[in-house]
Design a protein around this ligand. Structure first.
Ligand SMILES: Nc1ncnc2c1ncn2[C@@H]1O[C@H](COP(=O)(O)OP(=O)(O)OP(=O)(O)O)[C@@H](O)[C@H]1O
Ligand SMILES: [Mg+2]
Length: 376
């Protein structure tokens, strides 16, 4: 999959811009706050229908404008598709695929496949368990609609169960419906445990390959699932086993849960450890090692996506080179090229070798305007 051309109108700091890409490496260079990340965000938004950064969708509309419009042409399964999007401030978002209006917009999520690394991804390594669960959830959801469905039902059951426990503690409710919510919690929770365990095995394999490529086989990455159940380090194989273990754990925790008015066991307490050569990368990794781990985890989506869809996604790398030494930078580029179309933002071209610059499309970004360097 690769993007041929992008047009934006009134998007972030762009009044209007039009770009044609190389199917291989594209480098966006410019000073801070000129609009480099905004360009990646335009593609990310067309791919996921979500902003790249945690803002409201309406924040994507250029300040002072009443709507934004985007249009992208890309090659998918060897055919050219065109996706157009209009986001007015006053009414709903509209999307067209090859000129036809799309009514179920959620079906278009991932139609243009992208994998995006931003500085925010460092939180997968450095952040809280919730950051890692979010990473797992988005990755698994890419592969399985059933997972998304189970996750939504689990969250609802958890919320209802916690409301019930709170109401009971405040003396304004009974525990009569607790068994019902337990049943829901366990049904969907067991699926989440099972899927996350299986997915982490797959992810480990894929991320190990990337990590070993980025470190020149110097470091070995391990991911260890730590489920939110008191089952020690033994991981269960079947969904029924997770079901059983969850039922037991809930039973054991019930008195505590009633006292503390919250659910203490379940996949909402999951985490996974990230180890390099046997030690915890979060606690002992250097800046560069942590960044490399985060990159390996995010980029593991590339081979996963390829194995499922039969073609690589478009790779968006926002400001990825800070903290990586020249060797790791070179290995990163070698891992991605010519495998997948890649778009990289950076503040200057020094990290790139003259050969690479000669092979790439270079775009200069300045105050919401983009110029492709025609000499390159
Ligand atoms: N809705 C909007 N309307 C107008 N300008 C906006 C809007 N949203 C963001 N901006 C501006 O866009 C500018 C460029 O943002 P962007 O994140 O793309 O910069 P960048 O080139 O990636 O910079 P850096 O190198 O610092 O990451 C910012 O200064 C921001 O204030
Ligand atoms: Mg930026």
């Amino acid at each position: 999959m690769y993007v041929l051309a992008l047009r934006v109108w009134q998007f972030r700091n762009y009044e209007q811009a039009q770009l044609e890409f190389s199917p291989q490496l594209n480098i966006f260079v410019g000073a801070n706050a000129q609009g480099k990340t905004n360009l990646l965000e335009a593609l990310y938004y067309l791919s996921t229908l979500r902003p790249l950064r945690p803002v409201r969708e309406s924040d994507l509309v250029r300040w002072g404008a009443t709507e934004t419009r985007l249009s992208v042409r890309f090659v998918r399964e060897e055919l050219t598709d065109e996706l157009q999007l209009r986001l007015p401030l006053q009414t709903k978002r509209q999307v067209w695929l090859n000129g036809e209006p799309v009514s179920r917009q959620s079906s278009l999520v991932g139609y243009l496949g992208t994998v995006c690394f931003t500085a925010q991804d460092l939180q997968i390594v450095r952040g809280e368990p919730a950051d890692r669960r979010r990473f797992l959830d988005t990755e698994i959801a890419l592969l399985s609609h059933r997972y998304l469905y189970s996750l939504a039902h689990y969250k609802r059951a958890l919320e209802q169960r916690n409301n019930l426990l709170r109401a009971y503690q405040e003396g304004i409710g009974t525990l009569d419906s607790l068994p019902e919510w337990n049943a829901q919690l366990v049904k969907y929770g067991a699926r989440l445990f099972h899927s996350r365990k299986q997915f982490l095995e797959r992810l480990t394999h894929s991320a190990q390959g990337v990590h070993s490529a980025l470190t020149g086989e110097q470091e070995r990455l391990e991911l260890l699932y730590q489920p939110g159940l008191p089952i020690g380090t033994t991981l269960l194989e079947k969904e029924e086993d997770w079901h059983e273990a969850f039922v037991q754990a809930l039973h054991q925790a019930e008195r505590d849960e009633v006292r503390r008015a919250t659910t203490l066991v379940g996949p909402h307490r999951d985490d996974f450890a990230i180890q390099i050569g046997g030690y915890d990368a979060r606690l002992f990794g250097s800046q560069g090692q942590q960044r490399t781990c985060a990159l390996s985890l995010r980029l593991s989506e590339v081979p996963l996506f390829e194995s499922i869809k039969g073609e690589p996604p478009v790779v968006l790398l926002d400001d990825v080179f800070s903290d990586l030494d020249p060797e790791r930078r070179a290995r990163l580029v070698a891992f991605l090229q010519p495998r997948a179309q890649t778009l990289i933002t950076c503040t200057d071209l020094t990290p790139f070798s003259p050969e690479l610059i000669a092979q790439s499309a270079i775009f200069h970004v300045s105050a919401g305007s983009v110029q492709r360097d025609e000499r390159a």
